[in-house]
Design a protein around this ligand. Structure first.
Ligand code: GRF
Length: 209
């Protein structure tokens, strides 16, 4: 059984979708730990409802980023975490942290990377740019922001009458399918990183699942 930690700073709708899918599909993994850098983040509430250990780690309580991350690493070790899932975690991890969990951290970004790489408002940015298509990307995390090898992507069409809210909703609907699927592929050992490419072992893999 692989222990997963989810890091989140906000609503936690992806967290919810991940917990639900792991349960429904009987995936050999367990969300054992939720870490948030925001005390009032709703993802912490969701974690409590799901009876998962949930910890608010206040960055302001640490004299340096390294000390903050060391505390988090302590929690990860306690729970024997084998995969870290960033789901709306609005804080960049240091190279030190990433190297500690090399190829064991996933992130989701609400655009078709590398479009709107590094943007904290990728949904609004796609609208402002006049894009006709945007989407979402699950990728491995490396030392640079929104940069690691891409696991899965899904496109979303932008309609004439879309606004930020409606477009975010469409993208999140796709995220709630895509992120659990990427996690399942990881848990089943079917992702192989070759440079920038992630090969997916096709056994039982149906992108429409
Ligand atoms: C998602 O749209 C994700 O792409 C971005 O942050 C958002 C998190 O939403 N990184 P939620 O907290 O899972 O609802």
């Amino acid at each position: 059984m692989l222990n997963i930690a989810v890091f989140c700073s906000g609503k936690g709708t992806n967290l919810q979708a991940i917990i639900k899918t792991i349960h429904e599909k009987d995936i050999e993994a367990k969300v054992s730990l939720i870490i948030s850098d925001k005390e009032k983040a709703y993802c912490l509430e969701r974690a409590k409802h799901a009876k998962i250990r949930a910890i608010f780690v206040n960055p302001k309580n640490f004299p340096s980023k390294q000390k903050f991350e060391n505390r988090i690493i302590g929690y990860l070790k306690e729970e024997n975490i084998g995969l870290i899932v960033l789901a709306g975690f609005m804080r960049m991890l240091s190279p030190f942290f990433v190297q500690n969990y090399s190829n064991k951290i996933l992130n989701i970004h609400p655009s078709l990377l590398p479009a709107f790489k590094g943007s904290a408002n990728a949904v609004a940015d796609a609208l402002d740019y006049g894009m006709k298509i945007t989407g979402t990307t699950v990728h491995f995390v490396d030392e640079k922001l929104d940069n690691g090898p891409i696991v899965l992507q899904r496109a979303v069409e932008i309609a004439e009458n879309d606004n930020e809210d409606s477009l975010r909703q469409k993208i999140q609907q796709q995220e709630h399918i895509l992120y659990p699927l990427a996690i399942q592929l990881f848990v089943e050992g079917r992702l192989k990183i070759e440079g920038r490419r992630v090969e997916i072992n096709p056994e039982n893999y149906n992108p429409q699942d």
